[in-house]
Every structure is written in structure tokens, then in C-alpha cells.
Design a protein around this ligand. Structure first.
Ligand code: G3P
Length: 228
């Protein structure tokens, strides 16, 4: 299972990488926009520095045509690093770009996926990751759970090297379901990560344990203090 963070915010990446063994970071133009007019290539390189060379950095190409996507992909590999997973929309033009770039054995994430059909076309082209937009699918009355199950089954049946990188989560239940039904990887915004770890009941359990301990050994005491 791979857990990624869907953000380009440096301080949030630094915060959550301390707690979670992140498999990587995903970005797209909407996520970049949240950071303002950043020095794009240097910002991506800074993210790479933080997450390390073994984690996966997914950066999205912009445009409409195969040529747009291929040019952006090459610019990303030349100016960030050659290990970046370039995200390319799963349109007819995007699939043409994916086909060309996979023939060169580049790292590709097929994004903007709403349907099983798109997923199967991306899989046929050898995309490394296929990124379904879980919450957006649900908003369109597309069964996101059925998508995950069916595509995961097909990946297993074909011994495909493609992985589902589920994205667009608006609550922790959606993340849980994506993992439960077979997504090999999930990427979530820092807000979802924070809400999943910040449940009041979790904090209360910790507070209660500390209070019980201190009621025995005194305020501010700890096990480590007993060992001194
Ligand atoms: O990675 C794609 C994801 O960021 C889309 O999320 O919330 O715009 O549907 P959202």
C-alpha cells in the first residue's frame, strides 16, 4: 500500500512526512495554484529534496494535444529530474502521449480518470499509475467502489504493472474504501490526513491515559522519569 499527499505545500509536506512513511507527492495545476506563482521547477526540486529519491513525485503536464503533453513531460524530466512520474490526462490525445512516452520507458501516471474504459486504455498503454477521481466520480453518480474493484481485479488477472492511484478524496471514508477495495496507492490532501489523525476520540484516549498515569505517580511524571 502506498500513501501519498496531494499537495505542493512545503510546510505541510514537511509536517506529514515526519509522521507517515509517504510513498510520494502528487500535484496538478490546481494544487500549484494554491501556492501562488511559485518558481515551478525549483519548487518541485525542493519537494524532491524533502521526500528523497526513493519516493515518487507526480507532476502534471498541461495542455490539450499529444504534442503539448510530450513537450511538458520532457521539460519536467529535464528540469526537475528524470524519475518524476508525469501525469497526463487520459484523453485520446493524452493516451497518444502516454503511448509514445511509455515506448521510451518513462514514468507515467494516467490522470483525470472517471471511467473503467479510460483505465483499461491507460493500462493497455502501460501507464505506471492510473488515477481515478474518487469523490468527483461519486458526485457524478459513478460507482467509485465498483471502479476500484473491477480495475484492481483486471490488474491482477492480467498481471499488469499498472497500479491504481486513487485521488480526489473529500473524507477519510473514501480513502478507506479505495484501499479496502483494491487501490494500490491513494493520494489525499493534507486536510484529509489531518482530519483522519485528529479525531477528538483519539486525543481523548491519550489524555485519559496520561491523567491516569499522573494520578498514580504525580503530575508531569512519565515512565522515562521513573528510570532515572
Ligand atoms: O489529484 C487529483 C485531485 O487533486 C482532484 O481532487 O478535490 O479537485 O476533486 P479534487
Amino acid at each position: 500500500m502506498e500513501i501519498l499527499l496531494d499537495t505542493a505545500n512545503i510546510s505541510l509536506i514537511k509536517r506529514f512526512i515526519k509522521a507517515i512513511d509517504l510513498a510520494g507527492i502528487t500535484t496538478n495545476p490546481t494544487i500549484v495554484k494554491k501556492e501562488g506563482k511559485i518558481d515551478f521547477f525549483n519548487h518541485m526540486k525542493e519537494i524532491r529534496q524533502i521526500i528523497g529519491k526513493d519516493a515518487k513525485l507526480h507532476v502534471q503536464a498541461v495542455g490539450q494535444t499529444k504534442d503539448d503533453f510530450v513537450k511538458d513531460a520532457r521539460a519536467i524530466w529535464d528540469n526537475v529530474d528524470p524519475d518524476v512520474y508525469v501525469k497526463i490526462p487520459t484523453t485520446e490525445e493524452g493516451l497518444a502521449a502516454i503511448k509514445t512516452l511509455k515506448a521510451e520507458d518513462k514514468h507515467i501516471t494516467a490522470t483525470g480518470v472517471y471511467t473503467e474504459f479510460q483505465a483499461y486504455m491507460a493500462m493497455a498503454n502501460g501507464a505506471d499509475y492510473i488515477a481515478p477521481y474518487y469523490n468527483r466520480m461519486r458526485n457524478m453518480n459513478i460507482d467509485a467502489v465498483a471502479f476500484i474493484k473491477n480495475v484492481a481485479d483486471r490488474i491482477a488477472l492480467e498481471h499488469s504493472s499498472s497500479k491504481i492511484l486513487a485521488a480526489s478524496f473529500h473524507n477519510v471514508e473514501e480513502v478507506n474504501n479505495a484501499i479496502r477495495y483494491g487501490a494500490q496507492a491513494v493520494t489525499m490532501g493534507p486536510d484529509i490526513m489531518a482530519s483522519g489523525l485528529g479525531m477528538p476520540a483519539i486525543g481523548k484516549a491519550v489524555d485519559d491515559f496520561q491523567a491516569d498515569w499522573e494520578s498514580i505517580y504525580g503530575e508531569g511524571s512519565s515512565i522515562a522519569a521513573l528510570a532515572k
